[in-house]
Each structure stands twice: as structure tokens, then as C-alpha cells.
Design a protein around this ligand. Sequence first.
Ligand SMILES: Nc1ncnc2c1ncn2[C@@H]1O[C@H](COP(=O)(O)OP(=O)(O)OP(=O)(O)O)[C@@H](O)[C@H]1O
Ligand code: SF4
Ligand SMILES: [Mg+2]
Length: 350
Amino acid sequence: MSLLELDDVKVHFPVKRGVFFDRTVGHVYAVDGVSLSVEAGQTYGLVGESGCGKTTLGRAVLRLVDITSGGVVFDGTDLAALPGEEMRRARRRLQMVFQDPLGSLDPRQNIESILTEGMTAHGIGADAGERRKRILDILAKVGLPANALSRYPHEFSGGQRQRIGIARALVLEPDVIICDEPVSALDVSIQAQVLNLLEELQESMGLTYLVIAHDLAVVRHISDVIGVMYLGSLVEEAPSDLLYAEPRHPYTRALMSAVPVPDPVVEDGRERILLTGDLPSPADPPTGCRFHTRCPWKQETLCATERPALRDVGDGHRVACHYAAEIADGTITRAAGEASPASTPETSPV
Ligand SMILES: Nc1ncnc2c1ncn2[C@@H]1O[C@H](COP(=O)(O)OP(=O)(O)OP(=O)(O)O)[C@@H](O)[C@H]1O
Ligand code: SF4
Ligand SMILES: [Mg+2]
């Protein structure tokens, strides 16, 4: 059994309206049926464009948002069914590093106070001295000086603040860390440092990660398995190398075609797949395959009417497309006018 297993998790936020009585007039289908497994000691990378539900999924695992339906089984226990106090205790083992490093740190608390808070709440460390010793140990591990303890969040750079967020998770000795966009707020030069730090910590402390990013390049090197999310659900999942070598879902192909290749000859010769149209609203998702409004391979039958399930196509590769096999063998080709040479200016779909 995997350390963390999500089974058809749905998070639907009610949309309320009304002056005197709140009436539910619809739902935002932020997460709409995600099943995935994260193996102990491994990294699962979750990618997709802004608004596709990545953060909501991460928060659902920790029950920081209400789960509409589905199961979240961690180390054999269904978190979705745990009563409040037991869930609070379980949270020590599952930590989250939040998307916005500054916004997630209380500006009025110094670093020692921020790091001590969770330890006290979870009864870690016999006394203040022991807690401080542990904090200093973790600060050294994440590459922050001991004098950071008495300083405040605004006194640090973006990269250092992300290290504080990681330290805050680590002092609680978690098994799983959900890293929500761990480097997207950082300069490119600092991104690699933080990703390397996460990898080193994983190795030395035996951590399991769910890493969320909107950028495929970020998750590529640190992930064992990558899941691609579109409008609330997974459209493709595969071991990292396989996903890059053979993307099978049209959406993944489009994302992949926007990632630059270092070899200029390959870069000049390759085709880009342009996606037309905006990401539809998760409050009013398209029928059938949710990607059909933007898919260059869309077919007259099935695509707009039947939602494709995530099916195993071999070697741990799962794809949610009715026509994945025909697209792969070339029986079905892209609609004319959807390809463009690599030099055409465009914006990346992620
Ligand atoms: N508490 C909430 N109430 C209502 N809608 C919400 C709530 N939280 C998120 N949403 C909506 O759910 C959808 C998914 O949001 P989410 O933050 O999970 O996306 P994301 O993939 O993390 O995006 P980003 O890459 O921009 O961080 C969005 O349409 C968002 O507006
Ligand atoms: S099911 Fe149809 S619309 Fe959806 S990705 Fe496959 S070909 Fe495109
Ligand atoms: Mg997010």
C-alpha cells in the first residue's frame, strides 16, 4: 500500500447568493475526482495551469478545505473520515509549505516563535531548551544562520523565507510534505538551490513529497511520478522520464511543446502546439472531455459528450483521452492550423 492514496477526491465550493438568505446557486468544481498514490520516500509532482485546482487538492489532503467526497488514506487511515482532534494530531505527520512564503508567515512573530508554535501545539520537545536545540538543528539543515531566530519574516529574502517555511514543516518531524509552488516566487538562480535543498532533505530525512507547480521544468528533476491536472482532474500520469519521453494526452503534449529544448537545432525544427481559447471556468466546466473546447485533436464523437476515465496504457502510464491510442499511432491527426513553427511568438500555456 502507498503511503498516501487519494481516491476520487472532490472539492466543490458552493457559490452563494442572496440578501437575507444565502442560497446556493452553483458550485466551483475546483477538484473533481482525483485519484492518485504517493509512494513512501518518493516525490509526486502535480502540474497544471493556474486555477486548475492544485492548491485546493493539497489543502484537501490536510483537510484545510472540506472534502465534498472521496477518500484520503494516509498510512492506512482515511483522513477524510477522522474526527477533528484526531485530524489535528495527524497533521503533524503531513505538513504543507505554502504557495506564498511571505503571506504564510505571521509578520509580528520572530522566527523562533513561528517555529516553536507548532512544536508546542503538538507536544514536541520536553522543554524550551530542547525545542530550541531542535530548531537550531533544523535551521542549519535548511541553510539558515542561528541568528535568524530573533529576526522577523520581512528581514529575509524570498529564498530564505521559503527555507523558513520548510523549517517550520520540518521541526514537526513530518512524513509527508506538500510543497505548493515551492520556487515559483523565487528568482531562477535561487530556484535550483531550494529544489536541491528539498532533494537533500528527502534523502537525509526519508521524506515523501507532493510537489505542486505550474511549470513542468520545475517538477521534472525532482519527481518520480508526475500528474498533469486540467480543470479539476488528472488528465495524465506517468513516471517522470516516461511522461517527458512520451506525453500521450493532448494537453500534456501542448504543455511539453512550450518547454524550450537546450539544443538549438532541435529547438528550431520542432513544432509547437498552440492551445486556443482560455481555461474554462471551473464553475461551468465543459461537458464530456473537459479539454474538448481547446483540444487540437478533438473528434466529432465522444469528446464533447463522454468524460474519459484515466486509463492505464501500460508501464504505469495513465491517460484520460478517448483517442490516446489513435493519436499516438498517427491514425488521428491534429486539426489544420493548430501547429506553428517554434519561432512564432506565443505565450506558454502554463
Ligand atoms: N475557498 C474557495 N471558495 C471558492 N472557490 C475557490 C476557493 N478556493 C479556490 N477556489 C477556486 O477553485 C479553483 C482552483 O483554485 P486553486 O487555488 O486550487 O488553483 P491552483 O491550481 O492552485 O492555481 P494557481 O496555480 O493560480 O495557484 C479556482 O477557480 C479558484 O478560484
Ligand atoms: S478525449 Fe477528445 S477532446 Fe479530450 S483530449 Fe482526447 S481527443 Fe482531445
Ligand atoms: Mg495554487
